[in-house]
Design a protein around this ligand. Structure first.
Ligand code: UD1
Length: 450
């Protein structure tokens, strides 16, 4: 079915919205179920396509996986793992499947996983994952696009230092270290709330882990881990997106279902812009804001400004008076939303400084991996038109732009949005927006040229 998401703008939002369980917490935690023969049970699991793919992945490895989508309850038992291979099709459908390497190496001493390529937001290297496993004693070879990792005598605990706090590499070493007897240390790990959630789960399974959320994680791994029952934390990126919707066109929008501390410095940035809001431990209430000011900000690992909120916040910058800049330091290509919003009437310019990526050679990068900047000049009078959601966060930004644009915005490729924003149509509708998924085809496009 050719589907699109339609928004009739401009909208005025009013009411309360509850965010779902975090995709980025659910995925590593569901993968960590590969570390034990016992059953693991999860609640508050969002019914999004990535979770459904992961459930199928567990079944394809011989697991018993039951997902009650309505209740958000996920039960899985990976007692019998009958394969060590994840195909390119799988890794392409769900990048996070690459994180199976850690659990498989620790439990089965072998993993054959397709090397994920880059995607629309960047090259997305995995060198730190592989270097960590090499240091822990695995032999790694690349065979026809498949990474073949073998640890014949089992993984060995080690001290691992990352040159950049990669979320995925931290998840991998946390999982592998938890099922490797002895002390594994991670220096400069990612500090994201989802990393802390995974570390808490591994502790509940029997590992001893100190320092999650700090500069140094110490894992006392065990030879066997037990099953656990976990609740997935609320989605901070979804929360941030609804908070921006309130700042853009809310009378009063209350966002609940997450801990405010998960937002890192996001609320400080909103305060600097002049957004009128009130925050408690587990909610943010945003009110209509006038006289907003431009900002000059950059994305950074947690607790810095989350790269996954960059496109959403940019929409607010299109609407205020003056020129703002966002420097993207985590990904080399996060600007797909810019040209789409320019088509809606936005004014923006991007600058790519590719030399910055050579900083990769340095250890403990402080400036981020990349130095790519967008300048946004507002206020813009956005007009609804047909646009394309090139990736999940680009899609979220286009939804926000559609809420403030005059007329009908039609977002193609909305499956990207569905990967992370559960029931976005119903949630926005409950706030008073006119948003709906519609069966459609590309018939209104005139394809010209090649
Ligand atoms: C996770 C999140 C993603 C988020 C990102 C950064 C999930 C499912 N995805 O992705 O939504 O945007 O964290 O907060 O949780 N890098 C290297 N070498 C490595 C590993 C990473 O150079 O070995 C680079 C990547 O190319 C990228 C940057 O580091 O430019 C961030 O990557 P990483 O933190 O690993 O992100 P993911 O875990 O893929």
């Amino acid at each position: 079915m050719n589907e699109c998401l339609e928004i009739q703008g401009p909208c005025t939002l009013n009411g309360t919205v509850r965010v779902s369980g975090a995709k980025n917490a659910a995925l590593p935690m569901l993968i960590a179920s590969f570390l034990t023969e016992d059953e693991c049970v999860f609640s508050n699991v969002p019914s999004i396509s990535d979770v459904l793919i992961l459930s199928n992945l567990q079944k394809s490895f011989g697991g018993e996986s039951y997902y009650n989508e309505k209740e958000g309850i996920f039960r899985v038992c990976m007692k019998n793992i009958n394969s060590v291979s994840a195909s390119y099709t799988l890794v392409k459908a769900l990048r996070a499947s690459f994180w199976l390497m850690g659990p498989l190496l620790a439990r089965k001493r072998e993993a054959k996983i397709a090397l994920p390529g880059g995607d629309k937001i960047g090259t997305r290297a995995v060198d730190m994952h592989l270097d960590a496993f090499k240091k822990m004693g695995a032999t790694i070879s690349l065979e026809h696009g498949i990474v073949h990792a073998i640890a014949e005598d089992g993984l060995k605990p080690q001290e691992i230092s990352f040159y950049f706090p990669s979320v995925g590499a931290t998840h991998q070493v946390l999982m592998a270290g938890a099922l490797t007897e002895g002390e594994t240390v991670i220096n400069n790990p990612a500090k994201e709330p989802e990393v802390i959630a995974l570390a808490n789960m591994l502790c509940n399974m029997g590992a001893e882990i100190e320092g999650a959320g700090t500069e140094r994680i110490v894992i006392h791994g065990k030879s066997r881990l037990r099953g656990t029952t976990e609740e997935i934390i609320g989605d901070r990126i979804e929360a941030g997106t609804y908070i921006v919707s309130g700042a853009l066109c809310g009378e009063k929008v209350r966002v609940e279902g997450f801990k405010t501390e998960y937002l890192g410095n996001f609320l400080e940035i909103l305060r600097e812009i002049g957004v009128n809001f009130k925050a408690g431990d587990d909610f943010v209430e945003v009110y209509k804001s006038t006289s907003l000011k431009p900002v000059h900000i950059q994305t950074a690992p947690f607790p810095g400004f989350a790269t996954d909120l960059h496109p959403a916040l940019a929409v607010l910058l299109f609407m205020l008076n003056g020129t703002s800049t966002i420097k993207e330091t985590v990904y080399d290509s996060r600007f797909a939303y810019v040209s789409e919003i320019v088509r809606m009437g936005g004014e923006a310019m991007t600058r790519n400084n590719s030399e910055a990526s050579t900083k990769r050679d340095l250890t403990n990068l402080t400036q981020g991996l990349y130095d790519n900047t967008v300048s946004i000049t507002g206020p813009c009078n956005l007009m609804g038109t047909s646009v394309e959601a090139h990736d999940v966060r680009c899609g979220a930004a286009l939804v926000l732009a559609g809420l403030v644009a005059n007329g009908l915005t039609r977002i193609y490729e909305p499956e990207h949005i569905k990967r992370a924003y559960l029931n976005i149509d119903k949630k926005l509708e409950s706030l008073g927006a006119n948003v709906y998924f519609k069966d459609n085809s590309y018939e209104d496009f005139n394809f010209v040229g090649c």
